[in-house]
Design a protein around this ligand. Structure first.
Ligand code: HEC
Ligand code: HEC
Ligand code: HEC
Length: 369
């Protein structure tokens, strides 16, 4: 039997498809969460149609010249404050948080070459629908947009030093949300770590920690090797030199770790099992003694635990226990996930408290002075 296409049938089918599509959207199965990204085909289609739109509209609507190099300073400063947190800039990562957008913003020092001047002008002016890319907020200011298009055109060739001078001026401080000097960076850290480095209640103590460990932690946050949405956002905005200066500053701050004054009374009671694990480990569980690495005078990359906040220590140990991806305890840089998994579950809290009350200075042998 051949079904004849009639107006009635066509309308009924269209209505049925519409109702099905609405029912699908209503069901909530369609995942619009950004965390899963697009399907490859959606990604391709959106970008393909975006390129087509830009090509057509730029050719039809944008007059030459589309760029103007006479105002690169204002364009660069505006870029630093309003574009770099999505797109990055020479020597600067994009914001740690904006990397999670779908799609995430392209690195313009690479992609700028794939567009003509008129196309860059059109994108900067109109933005891109269904993405985070905003339109220029003042659509009647083609002069500003021409300067920005000229700056974006330069991005592939500009050095970090040239960008800095353009964007922040010769003695720039906090620009584009990025601190340039130690005191500016510190005023940011203080929001959470307090001005003495001992931190708000739920934050680890930095004061008195080993500088090499603090530096390694900042580098690991910035690279994503150590994950934290909060500290990642902070660390990606720091230059290597500033990280070193901050690590040295907090390491030298008085009144922090290994300082007897911070022992809380309820932490004074000794737990003999915890003490034993600290000094001798648990041979039957293949658990090494913590003192092997965590006493004074050991490898500068091993953090001092004495005097650290017990909630924080317990929390890190618990998170490492979940990291099944690391299986080799002898890995020089990452022994802790394996060690943490070998600690009996009920000993996590007592061990964390043991370190917290160990805020008297430790001798390398592990006994308290
Ligand atoms: C909130 C994040 C965000 C901000 C802020 C932002 N952009 Fe974008 N931008 C994007 C995203 C996402 C795309 C990719 C759009 C796409 O692929 O369809 C994009 C694309 C672009 C492109 C096209 C590059 C390419 O290869 O696709 C240019 C040029 C551009 N942005 C310039 C700027 C300028 C200049 C500013 C500041 C005035 C700016 N953007 C601010 C997110 C942002
Ligand atoms: C918004 C709050 C916040 C700000 C601002 C902040 N931190 Fe942190 N910091 C945290 C939290 C929370 C942690 C613990 C994160 C974790 O679980 O890994 C942390 C951990 C750290 C650690 C690791 C400590 C350890 O014992 O492993 C270092 C180092 C550090 N911060 C340095 C800094 C520096 C330097 C600054 C300023 C440039 C700063 N932080 C700004 C909240 C903050
Ligand atoms: C082989 C050397 C080694 C041994 C043994 C060792 N650790 Fe560690 N520990 C490390 C290293 C290295 C780090 C830093 C890891 C990092 O931040 O990625 C660390 C970090 C920690 C931290 C987090 C400190 C902070 O400030 O964030 C805790 C808690 C900890 N160890 C507890 C223990 C306990 C409890 C034991 C004994 C059961 C132990 N460790 C034995 C090397 C060791």
């Amino acid at each position: 039997m051949v079904l004849k296409i009639t107006w009635k049938r066509a309308i009924a089918t269209t209505a049925a498809l519409f109702i099905l599509a609405m029912a699908f959207a209503w069901s909530g199965i369609l995942n619009i969460g950004a965390s899963t990204g697009h399907w490859a085909i959606t990604d391709w289609f959106l970008h393909w149609s975006m390129r087509n739109t830009v090509r057509t509209y730029a050719a039809l609507t944008v007059d030459e010249p589309a760029t103007d190099t006479s105002g690169l300073t204002s364009a660069a400063s505006h870029y630093a404050a309003n574009c770099a947190f999505c797109h990055g800039a020479p020597g600067e990562h994009p914001s740690y948080v904006m990397k999670g957008a779908t799609p995430s913003a392209p690195d313009l020092s690479v992609t700028a070459k794939t567009w003509t001047d008129r196309q860059l002008f059109w994108i900067v002016k109109h933005g891109v629908k269904f993405t985070a890319m905003p339109a220029w907020p003042a659509l009647d200011r083609d002069d500003e947009i021409r300067r920005m298009a000229a700056f974006v055109r330069r991005l592939p060739d500009i050095t970090q030093a040239e960008y800095r001078t353009l964007a922040y001026g010769p003695d720039g401080r906090i620009a584009g949300g990025k601190p340039m000097r130690l005191e500016d960076a510190l005023s940011d850290c203080e929001r959470c770590h307090a001005d003495d480095g001992r931190g708000q209640p739920d934050i680890p103590i930095l004061a008195g920690q080993k500088p090499a460990y603090l530096l390694a932690a900042l580098i690991a946050y910035a690279s994503g090797k150590r994950t934290s949405g909060v500290m990642g956002a902070v660390a990606t905005r720091l230059d290597p030199g500033l990280m070193q200066a901050l690590a040295d500053y907090y390491a030298d701050s008085p009144g922090g770790l290994t300082n007897p004054r911070i022992i809380a009374n309820d932490l004074m009671a000794k737990d003999l099992v915890a003490e034993n694990i600290f000094t001798s480990g648990l041979p039957e569980a293949n658990l090494p003694a913590c003192v092997n690495c965590h006493a004074l005078g050991k490898d500068p990359g091993y953090p001092t635990l004495a005097g650290q906040k017990p909630e924080y220590l317990a929390d890190r140990l618990r998170r490492w226990r979940g990291d099944e991806s690391i299986v080799d305890a002898r890995k020089p840089n990452a022994p802790m996930p394996v060690i943490a998994r070998r600690i009996p579950a009920h000993m996590i809290e007592p061990l964390a408290r043991h370190f917290a009350r160990q805020s008297a200075v430790l001798t390398p042998g592990g006994s308290e002075r």
